[in-house]
Design a protein around this ligand. Sequence first.
Ligand code: 13P
Length: 291
Amino acid sequence: MLTQSPLNLFKMAQEKGVALGSFNVFNVEMFQAVVRAAEKKRCPIIIATGEVDIQYFPPEVAMALVDVMVRKSDLPMIMHLDHCTSVELAERCLKDGYSSIMIDGSSLPYEKNVEMTRSVVQMARWFGVPVEGELGVILGTREYFESTRNDVQKAVATDPQVAEDFVKRTGIHTLAPSVGTAHGVYVEKPKINFSILEQIARRTNIPLVIHGGSGIPPEDVRRCIQLGVAKVNVGTDLRRTLVDAVTREGTRPYGEARKIMETAREAIGQVVESWIDILESGKILDEEGDE
Ligand code: 13P
């Protein structure tokens, strides 16, 4: 594993007009599928576990898999903590060796969000780890990624002016704004507010992160990248593929349980590969065309 800072990778991605994929995993099969897809496509990748995954798939287990599967790779792979709402968990993951942290104070009053986010940025600095913050309310977050996304009332779009203040005062390195995407299964085509996204990018001048990647049309994803997005989070697509494959294959005899999981892993790998193609992450390490 090349020890590339996530920030350096975002910079390289932005120079090429492409983005990194961040894929939410909670078991060995998903983890393997993501690593294998990155190796096949020869691109850097972000492997994410969310706060909700911690009981089922603790950071120590994720880091043990990093040791076994990732460290020997010649590709940069980032272990990321997603949607962390507690300073204690952020600290635990930093100590365990995570290379990227998201602290999500978006449900807190603004000043509390600033305070918590800034304290995690200060702590993470000791570990040389960048921090992603969230501002505005991205739908589905608190329903934990399985919301239906038609309850537009609850989403709060990020105000570009407040975003500028938030970035200045917290020192975050990347920002997840609320611009019309949501976690879970879209019940209708998401309406991304590109104008707000553009203003946030201009005012904050740091790489932006799109949450709720699953189900966003590829042309909209590309437009987001052109406007300053360097990381796109994808979770539901992997979980849905896992469940569908196990359901489809589940009538096999018990003796073929391994085959069922193998089929699921293959299918997840294909989904990750197609995301890598949409994001064009394969260009990040491509030296052709570099100065
Ligand atoms: P989806 O599950 O909608 O792809 O969103 C993933 C995400 O944003 C994780 O932070």
